[in-house]
Design a protein around this ligand. Structure first.
Ligand code: FAD
Ligand code: SF4
Length: 343
């Protein structure tokens, strides 16, 4: 383990100042991801700026008919907030499907948005080639064991290429937030800004070392759930296909929400996890469902559109068919109204 110093911020401005004045400092939320990566010699911050005492960022409040969750709200608290359970059950289900009760009690909203990939080769520095951990070194996963890796939106120019990365974003919360079109609230030395979750996480492109569009000196202060996303509450479902029923990351997950009028579909909430470097969304797939009856045929068509161009590898090609099946199943269950959480 590398030596590091620790400081505790009492105000958001002090936290931003601490990180802006030291490019090797990192914020410490619940520590469930960052501390593991430090122990494994993957992350080496010189200073940890503990933000867990920022009480102003630890509450969930109604704003503009929607809901603003502070960045320090723990995953279990957010999942069990009455307003989330009743108006945004998709988010509650996604959060409760993640990790374990103990981890959810520690993990924060900001930390979950920022959690890093679980790619085996990224998490183990004994593998030299990893463009995310060591930019320009290549990618061990493309020709390695790639069961948990991406089938959509990845960059693959071969194992030696400096841009190749087929890692996935492992979060469940991020998938539900992308489907519900949540917005990330950000503060930095230059002031405040907002960014849709759908734009917050990045495709690999030519920058595999970058996971998000957050700048190094910026603090996530919260995530806003818009009022209009509450229309999906009666017909939403988070489906997570994984190797064990608990304490396992998604092989494929689907956040599905339908606004129904009669039997036909008025609007859609849709995102996928476990398949891409960011929550995978498809406006084309949403488009082919709008105005149609909520039937298996409609959902099958959308599943084909959403997975168009998917490319599998030796150990994960199964994800393509699994994705299609999960989309059909998640929307079918959403249409039946089986996913509504009770208060
Ligand atoms: C065994 C295990 C199983 C898991 N299973 C799942 C699962 O099934 N599904 C799932 O979704 N997740 C799972 N997780 C991941 C877990 O959800 C994350 O570790 C957690 O959400 C990270 O939150 P944290 O507050 O602990 O972040 P930290 O570890 O404190 O921080 C993570 C990163 O976020 C940065 N950061 C934290 N807060 C802010 C902020 N406000 N602004 C800017 N940057 C910030 C930190 O600097 C760091 O880089 C699992 C984790 C473990 C260890
Ligand atoms: S998939 Fe990405 S994170 Fe994994 S080894 Fe390749 S470059 Fe590294």
């Amino acid at each position: 383990m590398n030596p590091f110093s620790y400081e505790r911020a009492q105000q958001p401005d002090a936290a931003i100042h601490a990180i802006a004045s030291n490019q090797h400092a990192k914020f410490l939320g619940g520590g469930t991801n960052l501390i593991d990566l430090m122990k494994d010699d993957v992350e080496h911050p010189s200073t940890l700026v503990d933000i867990t005492r920022l009480q102003t960022l630890a509450t969930v409040n109604p704003v503009d008919g929607g809901l603003l969750t502070g960045a320090l709200v723990r995953n279990s608290d957010l999942a069990n907030t009455t307003e989330v359970r009743t108006r945004y059950p998709l988010l509650s289900q996604a959060l409760l499907s993640g990790a374990s009760a103990q981890l959810r009690n520690l993990a924060t909203t900001g930390g979950n948005l920022m959690q890093r990939t679980r790619c085996y080769y990224f998490m183990d520095p004994s593998y030299a080639a990893c463009n995310k951990r060591a930019p320009g070194s290549g990618c061990s996963a493309v020709n390695g064991y790639n069961r948990i890796h991406a089938v959509l939106g990845q960059t693959d120019n071969g194992p030696a290429d400096a841009h190749t990365c087929i890692a996935t974003n492992p979060s469940d919360m991020n998938v539900a937030m992308a489907a519900l079109q949540a917005v990330v609230e950000i503060s930095g030395p230059k002031g405040k800004r907002s960014m849709p979750v759908r734009d917050f996480h990045r495709l690999v492109g030519n920058t595999p070392h970058l996971d998000t569009n957050l700048k190094a000196d910026e603090l996530i202060t919260g995530a806003f759930l818009p009022a209009k996303a509450a229309v999906f509450a009666p017909h939403s479902y988070y489906l997570k296909a994984r190797d064990r029923q608990s304490y396992a990351f998604a092989n494929v997950s689907v956040a599905a929400g339908l606004e129904l009028e009669g039997g036909s579909i008025r609007s859609i909430a849709f995102a996928m996890g476990g398949v891409c470097h960011k929550p995978w969304t498809s406006e084309e797939a949403e488009h082919v469902m709008i105005g149609k009856q909520a039937t298996a045929e409609t959902f099958k068509h959308a599943a084909e559109v959403a997975t168009r161009g998917a490319k599998g590898y030796e150990n994960n090609a199964f994800k393509i068919e699994l994705s299609k099946n999960c989309i059909v199943r998640a929307f079918t269950l959403a249409a039946q109204g089986t996913g509504t959480a009770s208060a």
